[in-house]
Each structure stands twice: as C-alpha cells, then as structure tokens.
Design a protein around this ligand. Structure first.
Ligand SMILES: [Fe+2]
Length: 440
C-alpha cells in the first residue's frame, strides 16, 4: 500500500491510519478483513440490503408468530437463546473455491423409494384418504402423522413423491428435530453454510421472508417476479422465481420437506411443476437432441474469486446432465430451472440462451403440469408439510400477501445421488403406456 504522491494538489492518504499487513498474500488479507469487519457483510443472501448478524438472534425470537413459537417450544427448541441462528462468520465461505470444496466428494446414497412396495399398501392402507390434486403432479394424504410413519411407510412415501413429484400432509404435529430425522432417513441432510437455521439444529433451514424483510430485504409487489423474466439481471428474491434447490451441489437435492407452521389466511401459496411431464412436452426429435447433453448449474449465493478478489462475485458451478434419470422410477426428467441453469455445454451461448429459455417456458407456461397448493392454518403448534423431489421438478413461492400476515416454516433437504442419464430409461408417458404425439 502506498501513500506517496508527487503532486501536492492530490489529497494525501494518512498512512498512520492504514494497517499495512506486511507481505501476507492479498487473498489472505482480504479474507481476514471480511471475517473481522462486521460492516463487510457476508450473509446477504443475494440481496445487498440484507444484513444478518451471526449467531442466534434475540430480536428475531421476539418477532416469531405465536403458532410458530408454540411449535418450536413444544419441539424442545430453546428460544431464550435467540432465533433463528445464522452460521458463524468463520464458517461462511469467502472465496468460491471454499464454497466449492464443501461436499466436493462422493457420498453414498440409497434411495429409500427403491425399497418400497410399488402398490404402497402400508401407506395407502393406513391413510384416511389419498387425493390426487392434479393429473400429473401433487397428492395429498389425509389421516396420517408423519412423525408416526413406519420405515415401510416412509419408503412408500418416498416412492409416491418420486412418482407424483410432491406430496402434502395437513394438520401435522411435527417438531423440527422429527422433521430433521425424516430428512436423514431420506438422504444426506444438507447443512447450508450461510442461511439461518433453527437454533441448535443446522440443517433445519428457516423459511421466513418476514424476518428477512425486517433485516433489510427489499421484497415488494413490484419486484418479486422480475427474475422470472431475467434471472441474471434480476436476482431471485424470496423464492418467487421458478427454481430447483441446490443444483450446484456435486450431489444435488433429492427429497425436500417444507413444513409451514404459520400461514397467511389468504395467499402465500407454493407452486410445483413436473420435470417428467416437462420432458414429455418435447417432440421426439428434440428429446433426442437433449438426451445425453450436459449443462452448467450455478449456486444461488455468490463468493469472491481468490485470484481476482476485486473482480466481482462468482458462483459455484457444476456440470450435470440436462435430462436425468430418476433412480427409483427410471423415468427421464428435464433438469433445468431459470434461476440456476447457466448454459448448455457444447453449443454456442446464443443457441444455449434460446434453447434454455424455451425449456424454462415449458415448465413455467404449461399449467397442466403444475400444481398450486394452498397451505392452511389448522391449530397453534400444528402445521402443514410438503415433501417434493427436486430431481424431477421446479417450484416457486407466490408472495401475494405482501407480508400483511406472517408466514413461517422450516425446511429440511436431503441430498441425493450424482445426477446421471441412462440412455435406456424411458419417459413417464412411455413407461405408463400413454399415447405420445408424433409430429409429422
Ligand atoms: Fe426452493
């Protein structure tokens, strides 16, 4: 660092106020600065205005809606420590290579759906009702408590999710720990290095936009959907862009379980779309073109480049097949989402943009492959669960209530296998013997 200047007209930097850190490499100096200076915020989660303090938040605990407080306290969470808990500043990656190194190794995964009775007699036999909400996607199970399922029923539930994309359970008495345990049964529970989680329970991510708005997130009726036009220029806010969770992981998300314990009287729905049905919307020729192709998938969060720390932020990038085969159903699925699929490998950027935008539209414009779920409050301490399969779907929140009434819940994500494409696998319609349109 230099303070010398030959021109007397230029202001001098007072060197005594600067800390000259010797010849320590610049990346280490920057990492040290970021970790030790609280004003250099590293927990902003895609939004420059969002400022989260590390540790459990005593102010946050005071904001908790009553029904959520009851569920958390009934579930053994000590709210006197604060809520939610933001990971320690020292554990949050600064450089993209640090973020990339998290889970950059093979982890064994055994899809419980492969162990299930295809007829699901144990699960369906115990349920009061099984309601398919649309033809292609979404099933509600009535009369069962998730916390009490046997292993056999859990395996059948996994297969049902793998087939129906998303399965709902209302009126659930479910502690965060029980939700975590179910996620652990379904795969490897993801512990996010950056986002707030239930105090004392990393892996139980807190879904609470009202809290983020309190902490500075600029979420409003006018900007919530902008990333559904252009997710590069307008970063996704509050999960309102169509997306799939954690696609930048070496082994991305499989089963994800969102449990909402406080729900607006009107609004705050969530939508899902089926990747099996999206694939089946394509012509035979276009399916052949995409089969076996790969794409680059990026993380939602940004980090610095160690080799160019002042050159702007970078995302974690990983390459996966664009059409993937589900290990339990064996069906092919279109694995793209507008927020986090960056480009198709092996074609020009112009071609990639055109094709990807078309593929995003397949998911987003075809109402017949979507379900829109209305969550509903039941009684304090009880909530509603949605369990979906990220490998074969995209989803989004609908923030139409504009925060007028609170919405709070917890999410546990189970990481699954490394995505693969089996050329011998079939589409859902092929496998089920449904008619397929032949374009002349
Ligand atoms: Fe999500």
């Amino acid at each position: 660092m230099t303070t010398a200047t030959k021109s007397s007209s230029k202001p001098k930097i007072e060197s005594k106020k600067l800390i000259v850190v010797d010849d320590t490499p610049i990346d280490q100096q920057i990492e040290h600065l970021i970790r030790t200076h609280k004003e250099l915020n590293i927990t902003r989660h895609r939004d420059a205005n969002l400022k989260l303090k590390q540790g459990a938040d005593h102010d946050g605990a005071k904001l908790l809606p009553e029904a959520s407080r009851k569920r958390l306290e009934d579930g053994g969470i000590d709210l006197s420590k604060g809520y939610p808990e933001v990971p320690d500043r020292n554990d949050i990656p600064v450089f993209v290579d640090q973020a990339y190194a998290i889970r950059d190794y093979d982890v064994s995964f055994d899809d419980r759906a492969k162990h299930a009775d295809p007829e699901k007699k144990a699960l369906f036999g115990a349920a009061k009702e099984v309601i398919n909400l649309t033809d292609k996607v979404g099933t509600e199970i009535v009369g069962l408590q998730l916390e009490n399922l046997t292993d056999q029923q859990k395996d059948e539930l996994a297969l049902l999710v793998a087939e129906r994309v998303v399965v709902f359970f209302r009126d659930q008495k479910l502690s965060p720990q029980a939700q975590w345990d179910l996620g652990d049964y379904f795969g490897n529970v993801e512990k996010h290095p950056q986002v707030p989680h239930v105090t004392g329970l990393p892996g139980a991510t807190v879904i609470w936009n009202d809290y983020k708005i309190q902490k500075g997130l600029d979420l409003n009726y006018s900007n919530i959907n902008m990333s559904n036009w252009d997710s590069v220029r307008h970063l996704p806010l509050g999960n309102n862009a169509w997306h799939s969770d954690l696609v930048h992981e070496r082994q991305p998300a499989g089963y994800t379980h969102l449990h909402l314990d406080t729900i607006p009287e009107t609004g705050g729905d969530t939508m899902w779309a089926s990747g099996y049905a999206a694939y089946d919307k394509l012509s035979d020729n276009f399916k052949k073109f995409l089969d076996g192709k790969e794409a680059v998938y990026i993380s939602a969060h940004s980090y610095l480049d160690r080799k160019d720390p002042l050159g702007g932020t970078k995302r974690v990038e990983r390459i996966h097949p664009i059409i993937r085969t589900h290990p339990a159903t064996g069906w092919k699925s279109l694995f793209v989402n507008r927020g986090m699929t960056k480009r198709i490998v092996g074609v020009s950027p112009i071609e990639s943009d055109l094709i990807l935008n078309f593929l995003f539209d397949i998911y987003e414009k075809n109402a017949d492959i979507q379900v829109r779920f209305k969550w509903r409050n039941t009684k304090p301490g009880y909530g509603t669960s949605a369990i979906w399969d990220n490998r074969i779907s995209t989803h989004r929140n609908v923030w139409d209530h504009e925060g007028k009434s609170p919405r709070h819940g917890t999410r546990v994500t189970s990481l699954a296998e490394k995505p693969y494409f089996d050329p011998e696998s079939k589409s859902q319609r092929e496998a089920l013997g449904l008619p397929l349109k032949k374009w002349e």
